[in-house]
Design a protein around this ligand. Structure first.
Ligand code: PMP
Length: 378
């Protein structure tokens, strides 16, 4: 691509920053076992399917009208879900939602970053972050994680004072490494953020966005950043129904933050961004939280079993609190990826050189993965 498209369509006014780029996205291949995008491998229950169908039918009856723009009923349901999951009670006004946490993040950067402002994160991390920054015309900088993929907290206050970022994006558990932040690390980041906000807002704090897309998979004893919201107005905690909740197809991401932050996000959202169908389906799905989350313990055990088995093959793994494992290292990871794929198992070529990532599947899928991997490594 790139070069060629210029010669065939010179009349298209490509934006220089976007010309020749490929859209982001993992390969969507029709293979027997897909362990590449960290989905929950279990489909919804029959009860949830029936409830969603009835709720959508009900919503369809008034599709001639625009949907509820403020969707406070859904925000109240999400607040209830968060209270049950983490023990932290937020008001509906402290919750915001959009079409996947990807769109939630876009709202955050549209509202708080932008031209002349800097967004930072700690690499290796989720590869969409740089794209959110690009798409909102924000400056993008990264700080490296240590060899064990934890944060270098000692240098952080000095780095933040130098960079003065508007927004710090911090995934916990991190993708693709799986690394979770401890309570102490989180507090240290929030401390360092104080007073180091962007130069065009003197005296402000940096916004700290903790992306807990995989939050429900965290180990016992690892706190959710939601617990710190009461004491930190500059904290945003992002969640999604795509992963542990098992509803990636629904496209529903959400966040908890101070009401003032949520009010500001509403300035940049497109009107009616959450369709009536999405709102109805999400509310119906949330009524089935208990059964949706019932597989979490098994998925966590599956993850730990995958780690043990990778070790028994002589491989390294990054410590993980998520529903995936980054493993390696391979002199030629592409070759391993392809050989595993040839055996019908799609994993992900992502992360630092030499590493691969596999999502936790059903026991049968995990078995198929190891059969394929062992063959591929011969
Ligand atoms: N954050 C992280 C760390 C992720 O890994 C993902 C999905 N891969 C997302 C956000 C976006 O998820 P969604 O838009 O489906 O909520």
């Amino acid at each position: 691509r790139g070069g060629l498209s210029y010669t065939v369509s010179v009349t298209i006014p490509y934006r220089p920053a976007l010309a020749g780029l490929e859209p982001y996205g993992a390969p969507q291949l029709d293979v027997p076992v897909t362990l590449n995008v960290n989905e929950n491998p279990y489909p919804p229950s029959a009860e949830m399917i029936a409830d969603i169908a009835a709720a959508v039918a009900d919503a369809a009856a008034s599709l001639n009208r625009y949907p509820d723009r403020d969707f406070l009923a859904l925000r109240a349901d999400l607040a209830d879900y968060l209270a049950a999951e983490s023990g932290v009670r937020l008001s509906p006004e402290q919750v915001w939602a959009a079409n996947g946490s990807n769109e939630v993040m876009l709202h955050i950067l549209l509202a708080f970053a932008g031209p002349g402002r800097t967004v930072i994160s700690f690499t290796p991390t989720y590869s969409m972050y740089v794209e959110y920054a690009r798409d909102t015309f924000s400056e993008w900088q990264t700080l490296p994680r240590r060899d064990d993929f934890s944060l270098d907290l000692e240098k952080l206050p000095e780095e933040l004072a130098r960079i003065r970022p508007a927004v710090i994006l911090l995934a916990s558990p991190n993708n693709p490494t799986g690394t979770a932040l401890t309570g102490d690390e989180l507090s240290a980041v929030l401390d360092a953020a104080k007073g180091n906000g962007p130069a065009d807002a003197p005296g402000s704090d940096c916004l700290v966005v903790v992306d807990e897309a995989y939050g429900e998979f965290r180990r016992d004893g690892v706190p959710s950043a939601l617990e710190l919201l009461a004491d930190h107005d500059n904290l945003i905690v992002s969640r999604t129904m795509s992963k542990a909740f098992g509803a990636a197809g629904l496209r529903l991401g959400y966040l908890g933050a101070a009401k003032e932050i949520v009010d500001q996000l509403q300035i940049v959202r497109l009107p009616y961004h959450l369709s009536a169908v999405t709102q109805a389906a999400a509310r119906a799905a949330l009524r089935h939280s208990a059964s949706q989350l019932s597989q979490i313990a098994a998925l966590r055990e599956g993850r730990d079993a995958i780690v043990r088995r990778l070790h028994s093959l002589g491989l390294d793994t990054a410590p993980t609190d998520a529903n995936f494992v980054m493993f390696g290292t391979f002199p030629d990871r592409s070759e391993i990826f392809t050989r595993v794929l040839d055996r019908g198992v799609l994993i992900r070529e992502v992360g630092p050189a030499g590493w691969l990532r596999v999502s936790v599947g059903t026991p049968e899928e995990n078995e198929a993965f190891f059969d394929a991997l062992e063959e591929a490594m011969k």
